[in-house]
Every structure is written in C-alpha cells, then in structure tokens.
Design a protein around this ligand. Sequence first.
Ligand SMILES: [Fe+2]
Length: 231
Amino acid sequence: MKLPGHGRYDYVPITKRPIYDWPEGKRLAVFFCNNIEHFAFGRGLGSDSTGADVAQNQRNYAWAKRLAAIDHVTLDDDVIFAAAYLHDVGSMKGWEVKGQEHGETAAAKLDRMLAGTDFPKAKMDRVREAMRTHMFYREAGPSPEARYLHDADALDNVGTVGLALVLENVDTKEGSRFTSQKAIEVLNKIAPKIEQGAVTPAGKAEMATRIAERKAFLAQLSRETDNFKNF
Ligand SMILES: [Fe+2]
C-alpha cells in the first residue's frame, strides 16, 4: 500500500542524499529556530499593540486610572485594561479595515481578540464603547471607562509626551514628507484641536498643564532657531 504524501518531491533517505556544498568544498548550514518570547508586564519595552516601541497603551491605562482617582471615580479594571491595551489594534496591519475608523474596527473585532480567554462576556459592551469613542474627535461614551480613556488618549498627544512623539518622527533626509517644519506645523495646527477634547474634570485640568508645556517649548524653540528657520 502506498501511503499518502505531499507529492512535491520524492522521498530520499538521509544516507542517500547528495552533498550540497559551496565551491572549494565549503559547507552550507541551514538552521531552523522557533522562538517564543514572553514579557514581564510593565517592564522594559515589552509589547505594545500600537506597534510603537514606546509604551503608549501603558500610558493610556495608567493615566485613565490616575485621572479617575483624582476625580474620585472608580473604573472597572477589566474594562479599562482591555480597552486601553486593545483600542488601537484596529489600526494595525492585518486588523485594519480601509475606510473604517480604527476604534470602530477594534470594537467590531473584540470578540476575535479575546477568543479563548476568560474575559467576562458581560463587560464586553463597555469595552467596545470605550474603544469606539477613545479618539479626541469623537464624543466620549457615557461610561466612566470611555470618558477617562478618551481623555488619557487625547492627553498623550499633548504636552511634553505629545511633543516627543511628533518630533521623534521627523525625517531629515532629502525628499522627506515629515520635515522639522512639518512637525512645527502639526504642533501649531493640530495640537489645539486635540486640546479641546478633554471631557472629565481631571482631564481638563491636566490638559491645561500640558497646553502650557507645549506653548513654552515652542516659544523657546522659536527663539533659539530664528523662528524655526534653523531647525
Ligand atoms: Fe487610537
């Protein structure tokens, strides 16, 4: 009886296989390696679903909790944790849907993301709501998790962290689309729109602090670079 096979090439026992080597008898080695990594939570660079090599989602989670604590509001930790870490998956390659807002995409695919976990099903709708409304240009959902994630995410684009995120993307190579001038334009034009987005008391107060940081930094940078001409 002939056993079923893949049919792509004939079987040759190892003792009968030809010798593959490079000129002058140099040998060729092929090495297959499986690699499984795991990360301690909150330590080192770890893994961030934004795909960035900075802990943006960790900041969103930490600041949502911090702002809520300042306002004496209790957040459901399951909901805010899942929403803070998964809300940007909708913009990742392989998950994104062209033409669909990435928070909507993430919410629509939450079941897939959490499949096989014991995440409480009764809390999934609240996670979805926080995902859908996390961006500054969307009206924050009514739940406290949605409101504080919304503010934490907006704040991440403002102040010193917002400045760092924009400036680290400056590309000085010729023909670059994101020059230092473009970065200044973004900071002057887009940052003020984001800054209107805070909805919680603690979020609004922190926003005021960060607006002052951005303005002071840009004023100083302008002074030192002849109005950004030499930057
Ligand atoms: Fe986002």
